[in-house]
Design a protein around this ligand. Structure first.
Ligand code: HEC
Length: 113
């Protein structure tokens, strides 16, 4: 009988830790997107509550609706010139400015927009 309590407590703790890790990714993704030495997405995109937003690129809004396919969004950040050779958005991933893990965190954040 005691075991039931232990299992329940472990489950609750696991759920708590997992949901925390998840929101941590979103926070980190936002930092990476706003960081001038990292994504610097604000230089060209209007995003949520970011100040000094540029408008060379389209505003990053309704991301989940517009990019239901995560891979398409990933590729846009990894190397926009792949789909648009004339894009002047920098190929962040290809140039090694941000890593795959970092792009995935940025995507977690973008999907909250
Ligand atoms: C130097 C300017 C510049 C920077 C910096 C930049 N972008 Fe872009 N971005 C653009 C332009 C211009 C477009 C329009 C499409 C194209 O040229 O590829 C675009 C398009 C996009 C799109 C497609 C949007 C749509 O509505 O079709 C996404 C998503 C995107 N950028 C995300 C990002 C993210 C995330 C960052 C930061 C990691 C970033 N961009 C940084 C210029 C920029």
């Amino acid at each position: 009988m005691k075991n039931i309590y232990i299992i329940a407590a472990t489950l609750v703790l696991t759920l708590f830790l997992e949901s925390n890790a998840y929101s941590g990714d979103i926070e980190e993704g936002k930092k990476l997107a706003f960081d001038r030495k990292k994504g610097n997405c604000l230089a060209c995109h209007m995003i949520d509550d970011g100040e000094l937003a540029g408008n060379n690129g389209p505003p990053l809004i309704a991301m989940k609706a517009r990019f239901p396919d995560r891979e398409v969004l990933f590729n846009q950040i990894w190397d926009p010139t792949e789909t648009n050779p004339n894009s002047f958005m920098p190929p962040f991933g290809k140039h090694g400015a941000i890593t795959k893990t970092e792009i995935n965190k940025i995507i977690e954040y973008l999907y909250t927009l």
